[in-house]
Design a protein around this ligand. Structure first.
Ligand SMILES: [Zn+2]
Length: 475
């Protein structure tokens, strides 16, 4: 009936603490107050048990309220109610939990036990959705109006924007169907070549030195970029917390979007840059999916409110995290999504996710363009690109690094020159890439060279490299 955790947590603590305190009371006061050793000990145990019971109840109630509000704020979960068997089951589990709670108000240990199960279910629900390839977006569409009417999650203001976003979505996809688009190069590493200290919070410049950020955007536009990225890559609450700026997430992202919009003057597409959260998601790390979801939600909502044209999810080393970010974008708005994952030269993420499967899944979840960026240089990236199977029919983007960094005098230098980038930009174009840009170490000089070759209609992609995974497999 009670788990081992329950025994350790509640009962064990109570026995040990009350034992120690009881012995002290007995030793110090039994002579003075004149009561007998055993009654004094029992009285003391009883008092302590009451205190622990009350404190447990308070802690639990607070924690429970928080998780419950997360639970009900998840439109994907609510959406799934009544649509699929497994969610009815979890709903049932939740109701059982409530019933048990009602009948055991004096037993926080039982609540705790049941609650851990329930909390786990909420996370499992998220995983089930993805693993069972449920088309959540479609389901969500079905109940979207209903949700709106009930007043949760989507507010009226966001709905009003949806029409223009839909138009924007079409404009971007049309542009991509006609032309290969050139994206810009790096922001952070380029600023360090301009003399900025690499240890500063690059994104905070949106508030403190918007002119410099604007200047970089303008340089890239002049160099020929057709897509510029906002200076918001690491502006999530976890990364900003490292600089004591966790409460500035919204401000920094809004400012980043505004600066890029101003620089673009409507000439180029503005992509809101969103990088990884900087923490591993469970089961690889401590961060729960709910926490990751909420952190992405906070950042991406601010960027979208800043009126960007596209969301650019990039440098995602964890496929799980990339998927979460795509789902968050899709929840907020109908906005074009580019999702770029960082692979090792073996064609896997550091968590072991394979390239072909990741691309297919990200596309299915709603990414309009799927791609590779960072970590690798152009040559290796081209090789990986050619290994994407023909069965993948989505659009593809690449943003390689300018080679690997060499550290000199505390700063990093990148070895690959603009001419080399031009050469590879041409290879990328001929291999069927739809968006070509640069990552760490690239500068407006790189983009300028690439602009000479990146234009014209996209080429059909063809798989040229096949990794032999199974000797029995043909081809
Ligand atoms: Zn990079």
């Amino acid at each position: 009936m009670f788990s081992r955790e329950w025994v350790f947590y509640v009962f064990g603590r109570w026995v040990i603490m009350s034992g120690i305190a009881g012995a002290m009371v007995q030793f110090l006061f039994s002579d003075i107050i004149g009561i007998h050793t055993i009654p004094a000990f029992l009285l003391n145990q009883f008092c302590l048990a009451c205190v622990f019971w009350y404190v447990d109840k308070l802690i639990f109630k607070r924690h429970f309220k928080e998780t419950l509000s997360n639970f009900f704020r998840f439109p994907r979960i609510k959406t799934a109610y009544g649509f699929t068997e497994q969610f009815d089951k979890i709903k049932q589990e939740f109701n059982d939990f409530k019933t048990k709670m009602a009948g055991s108000e004096d037993k926080p240990g039982i609540w705790l036990n049941e609650f851990v199960d329930f909390e786990h279910s909420v996370e499992m629900m998220e995983r089930l959705l993805r693993e069972r390839k449920i088309d959540v977006d479609k389901e969500y569409e079905n109940v979207r109006d209903e949700n709106l009417e009930r007043g949760y999650y989507f507010d009226k203001e966001i709905l009003k924007k949806t029409e223009t976003e839909k138009k924007g979505h079409k404009v971007f996809l049309e542009a991509l169907s006609k032309d290969v688009l050139l994206a810009d190069g790096a922001m952070g590493t380029y600023l360090t070549t301009k003399g900025f200290d690499a240890s500063i919070c690059c994104e905070s410049l949106n508030l403190t030195d918007s002119e410099t950020v604007k200047k970089v955007h303008e340089e890239y536009i002049e160099a020929g970029a057709k897509i510029i990225e906002t200076n918001t890559f690491a502006a999530n609450k976890f990364k900003l917390a490292e600089y004591g700026l966790a409460d500035k997430v919204r401000e920094i992202n809004l400012a980043g979007a505004r600066i890029a919009k101003e620089s673009s003057e409507g000439r180029v597409f503005v992509a809101g840059s969103v990088g990884p959260l900087g923490r591993s998601i469970s089961p690889y790390g401590e961060l729960s999916l709910v926490e990751a979801h909420n952190a992405f939600m906070e950042q991406i909502q601010a960027i979208i409110d800043g009126d960007v044209d596209i969301i650019m999810l990039e440098t995602m080393a964890s496929f799980l995290e990339a998927k979460e970010a795509v789902l968050v974008c899709r929840e907020i708005a109908d906005i074009p999504i580019i999702c770029q994952v960082t692979f090792t030269d073996e064609g896997k993420t550091v968590y072991g996710d394979k390239l072909a499967e990741s691309f297919e899944e990200l596309k299915r979840l709603g990414a309009d363009v799927v791609g590779l960026n960072c970590s690798l240089g152009p040559r290796k990236m081209l090789e990986l690109l050619k290994s994407i199977p023909n069965s993948f029919t989505g659009m593809v983007s690449v943003q390689p690094n300018a080679g690997l960094p060499r550290y000199r005098d505390g700063s990093s230098e990148y070895s690959v020159n603009p001419e080399y980038f031009r050469e590879y930009a041409e290879h990328f174009k001929n291999s069927g890439v739809n968006i070509i840009g640069g990552c760490c170490g690239t500068t407006p000089a790189h983009i300028k060279e690439m602009a000479k070759v990146v234009s014209g209609p996209p080429v059909k992609r063809r798989c040229e490299i096949k990794y032999a995974t199974n000797p029995d497999q043909k081809g």
